[in-house]
Each structure stands twice: as structure tokens, then as C-alpha cells.
Write a protein that binds this ligand. Structure first.
Ligand code: P6P
Length: 334
């Protein structure tokens, strides 16, 4: 019998995404499980897309493996494949009334009044930063969930709600590991896919973004096209020993900032005077996740992204998002 006690077993901290979703649902007595089912569909989609992303370049070389067709049959672009995976899994959930995707000019109405309870709308960017795939860079899926407005006669009338009305938001980062980050309005939580068991395991609960960090994330190639205040901020940062990190995929940059702190910027430029990023399915979900972790998300001084009243599902916005101290630092120069 060993005299020295072994390590104290840590009890109860092995939680999967599915278990977490059900535990969160229990906080809402009126919940019917509809949202949980939709989040489950997003979890399945994430695993399917991750499997495709891991084979991105191989698909070109191996062709359509199994069909003997190695004449380089035109491989569907992965963002189209990711889009179809999301449409098919969400299409099977009665609770989804409408989906809107960066890949589809028009929203897709999945079911009419009498065909199910249609409580929610789901908007997504199926594969954000997909140009990184060619060079084995990080890519991601971003999603936003809103309550469906049954009074709406047009899909847009139900979709065009400010980000503050999001019921849930999240992203999946396909990097060295596959990370599912989620908020349903009770903080921001992170899960890592364990390929051995095919489940997302919780690694962060109630994540808090560092208040400050000397790190900024921007495409410096556009620097001369930025409004003067942004250039003044970059001068300040470079005079004060800041580091610069830019992945070319918002999901990867915001993920790093949630964990390490810093600020992500996509200012207005001459090419994109409204900014480049999409309000409804990039900026809004990221803003919810960052604010739920104690960060800030603005489109301009005094303009909180989540308060923006959208006028179009594909509209663009400038983005200043990250640690509260760093967002304030940028705003102070604008
Ligand atoms: P740029 C990817 O295309 C994306 O929408 C974001 O994920 C990313 O942060 C940004 O655009 C990169 O844009 O102009 O720097 O290549």
C-alpha cells in the first residue's frame, strides 16, 4: 500500500460539447431543445468539414478516390462543399426556418409555416479564409443564430436584426487541432475535437480575454489606404514594441486574441470603404464571442458592432475587436 497519496483525481471536468449544450439548456426551463438540436447539427457539420479540410490538397492529387476517376475531375471547391454540408445538416433540423450563407446570394427558406416550428435563423460563412487552404493555412467556419420573426413576409425582414439579438454565435477553427468556440449568451466556451473519440471536449469555460496585450493584427499591405487615425495607431504600436500577427483568416486571428489578447483591425480602405468583413456572419458572431469574454467590438469610435442595424445580409463593416484596453488604444488614435 503506497504511503504517499496519488494525485487527487480531478472529478467532473471532462465535458463534451454535447454535454455542455444540454447542461446549458437546463438553465432555461422553457427550453424545448430546439436550439440544442441546431447546435448539434453545427457540431456534426464541423466534424464533416474538418475531415474534408484535412484532405484539401490530396483531393486534387487523388481525384475522386474510389470512383477510379483520376483524370483530375473538377474538384468542387471546399467552400462549396462546406456550404452544402451545413445546408444539409441544418436542413434536417425542424427548428431552422431560414439559412443565409456567404456562398448564397439569397437566403434559403427551409420550411414554410406549416412545416415545423421554425424558431431560428442560422447565418454562416462556411469556410472563412479558404484561400489559406492552398498553403495549409488555418481556415474556419463562423455561425450566428437569430430568432425567426414569424411576422416577416420576406426572409430578409427576419434576418436583418442587430447582432445584440443573436441567440448564439460561434466559430470552428480548422488548425493544428479543430476548435469549436461557442457562446449562447452565458460566456464564451471552447472545445477541441478529439479525433480518437470523434467528440469535442471542453478546454475553456467562461473564457476571459486578457485586458491588454501588445499585439495587433492587420493587413499592413493596406496601410497607406487606411484613414490617418489608423496609421497614427500603427506608428504608436510600432514605437512601443508591439508584435504583429496576421493569419489572413479572421477566425485564426480572433482565436489567438481571445486567448492571448491584442486587437484585430480591418479598417475602411479605398478598395473597401465600408470595410471588407461581413457584418451578419463574420463581425456579429465574433463580436458576441469577444464581448462575452470581456472584450470590445466596434466598427468605428462609439459604434458597437452588435448595435448596428443591418440593411443587407451581405453588408460589410470595418472591425476593431479584441482586448478592451487595446480597442480603446486604437479608438484613442482615430
Ligand atoms: P485580406 C478572409 O477572406 C477574410 O474574410 C477574413 O477571414 C480575413 O481576416 C480577411 O478576409 C483577410 O482579408 O484583405 O487581408 O486578405
Amino acid at each position: 500500500m503506497s504511503s504517499t497519496p496519488g494525485p487527487t483525481p480531478v472529478v467532473g471536468d471532462l465535458v463534451t460539447l454535447q454535454g455542455h449544450i444540454l447542461a446549458q439548456q437546463s438553465h432555461y426551463p422553457e427550453a424545448t431543445g430546439t436550439l440544442s438540436w441546431i447546435l448539434s447539427a453545427l457540431s456534426i457539420s464541423a466534424k464533416m468539414i474538418a475531415a474534408q479540410v484535412r484532405r484539401a490538397r490530396l483531393a486534387d492529387v487523388l481525384g475522386a478516390v474510389g470512383t477510379g476517376n483520376v483524370q483530375g475531375e473538377q474538384q468542387q471547391k471546399l467552400d462549396v462543399i462546406a456550404n452544402e454540408i451545413l445546408l444539409r445538416t441544418l436542413g434536417g433540423r425542424e427548428g431552422v426556418a431560414i439559412v443565409a450563407s456567404e456562398e448564397n446570394e439569397e437566403p434559403v427558406i427551409l420550411r414554410t409555416e406549416k412545416e415545423g416550428e421554425r424558431k431560428y435563423c442560422v447565418l454562416f460563412d462556411p469556410l472563412d479564409g479558404s484561400s489559406n487552404l492552398d498553403v495549409c493555412g488555418a481556415v474556419g467556419t463562423i455561425f450566428s443564430i437569430l430568432r425567426h420573426d414569424r411576422r416577416a413576409t420576406r426572409a430578409e425582414d427576419s434576418l436583418l436584426q442587430p447582432g445584440s439579438r443573436q441567440v448564439a454565435a460561434g466559430y470552428i477553427l480548422y488548425g493544428p487541432s479543430t476548435v469549436f468556440t461557442l457562446s449562447i449568451g452565458r460566456g464564451t466556451d471552447m472545445f477541441v475535437l478529439d479525433p480518437a473519440i470523434g467528440a469535442f471536449v471542453r478546454v475553456e469555460q467562461g473564457l476571459r480575454i486578457p485586458a491588454t496585450a501588445k499585439s495587433y493584427s492587420v493587413n499592413e499591405g493596406n496601410r497607406l489606404a487606411f484613414p490617418a487615425g489608423y496609421q497614427a495607431y500603427l506608428d504608436h504600436a510600432q514605437r512601443n514594441g508591439y508584435s504583429s500577427r496576421y493569419a489572413g483568416a479572421m477566425v485564426a486571428d480572433v482565436h489567438r486574441i481571445l486567448l492571448k489578447g491584442g486587437v484585430f483591425l480591418y479598417p475602411p480602405t479605398s478598395k473597401a470603404p465600408q470595410g471588407k468583413l461581413r457584418l451578419m456572419y463574420e463581425a456579429n458572431p465574433m463580436a458576441m464571442l469577444v464581448e462575452q469574454a470581456g472584450g470590445k467590438a466596434l466598427s468605428a469610435p462609439g459604434r458597437r458592432i452588435l448595435d448596428e442595424q443591418p440593411t443587407g445580409i451581405h453588408q460589410r463593416t470595418a472591425v476593431i475587436i479584441g482586448s478592451p484596453g487595446e480597442v480603446d488604444q486604437v479608438i484613442g488614435h482615430l
